[in-house]
Every structure is written in C-alpha cells, then in structure tokens.
Design a protein around this ligand. Structure first.
Ligand SMILES: CC(C)(COP(=O)(O)OP(=O)(O)OC[C@H]1O[C@@H](n2cnc3c(N)ncnc32)[C@H](O)[C@@H]1OP(=O)(O)O)[C@@H](O)C(=O)NCCC(=O)NCCS
Length: 132
C-alpha cells in the first residue's frame, strides 16, 4: 500500500499529478500524469498506473478518464506527445489505448518481472496537437 501511495503522490513542482474518476463520491479509477520539467523532456508527458477498480470495469470509466486526461495534457503549453508502457499481454488495456489513438512503437523484451515471470513492455505514443 505504501508503494502505491508513493507512486500516486503529487509532486509540489507539478511534475506529477493524479487524475481520478468518481461515481458519486466513490473513487472508481485514477491515472498518474508525469510531466518532466527539464527543457529537454518537457514536451512529452508520461501516463502511469492507470487503474479502474474491478467493480467499475467495462463501464466506460477507463475510456472517459483517458479522454479527460488527454484533454488535460493537450491544454499544457508545449506538450506534443503522451507516452505510456503496458505489459504486452494486457490485451484489454492495449485495446483501450488503441481506441483513443495511441500507436504502438515497440516492445521491450522482458522489461517487467511479475512474481518471477518476465513480460515484454509495449510502448505507446499519442501525438497531440497542442492548443497553445
Ligand atoms: C485496463 C483498465 C484500466 C480498463 O478500464 P475500464 O474502465 O474497464 O475500461 P472501459 O470500460 O473504459 O473500456 C474501454 C475499452 O477498453 C477495452 N477493454 C477494457 N477492458 C477490457 C478487457 N478486460 N478485455 C478486452 N477489452 C477490454 C475495450 O475495447 C473497451 O471498449 P468496449 O467496452 O467498448 O469494448 C482496467 O481493466 C484496469 O484497471 N485493469 C487493471 C490495471 C491495468 O491493467 N492497468 C493498465 C496498466 S498500463
């Protein structure tokens, strides 16, 4: 739990924020938005830890959260692309990202180790038209 809390704790400099989606007052899902502040990297935002609680899945929460997140990132001046990585076997999440327009640009073999088993990590990018 501490590990999860550490990953989703917003940073004071704005480089990490968390967007949540709620049903009434219940948190249904969240995604971490990482925006590096260094000049060399600040044109790209990374998404991490996308999660919808099991009881809310397959009801459109993930897609809505992702669309709102893309709109939010689009409003950040100078940002040109959003990237993320996903376990290459996670067909549900990959279908969701592809449905929003994310394009796969490669798989890093054995990038992830879960309970002693290695998995490839598939990398996705969404090129965006900045509003500013
Ligand atoms: C992946 C995840 C975020 C999807 O959230 P969700 O709220 O269930 O997604 P949605 O209901 O908005 O589904 C959007 C689309 O994604 C795809 N999808 C989502 N879950 C799927 C599944 N289990 N199997 C196949 N396709 C799936 C479908 O194309 C779906 O569209 P459809 O319902 O019109 O067919 C959620 O299952 C989750 O939190 N999983 C565990 C954590 C995880 O894998 N996170 C991703 C890490 S990169």
């Amino acid at each position: 739990m501490d590990e999860v809390a550490a990953r989703i704790t917003p940073a004071a400099d704005g480089s990490i924020c968390v967007l949540g989606i709620f049903e009434r007052d219940e948190l249904a899902g969240f995604v971490v938005v990482i925006h590096p502040q260094r000049e060399k990297l600040c044109h790209a935002v990374e998404l991490a830890g996308m999660y919808v609680a099991p009881t809310f899945r397959r009801r459109g929460f993930g897609r809505t959260l992702l669309k709102v997140t893309v709109a939010h990132v689009q409003s950040i001046a100078g940002v040109r692309q959003i990237k993320l990585g996903v376990n290459a076997t996670n067909t549900g999440a990959k279908a969701l990202y592809q449905s929003i327009g994310f394009a796969s640009y490669g798989v890093e073999p054995d990038a992830l180790r879960v309970d002693g088993t290695f998995y490839g990590e598939e990398h996705y990018v969404l090129r965006i038209d900045p509003l500013a």
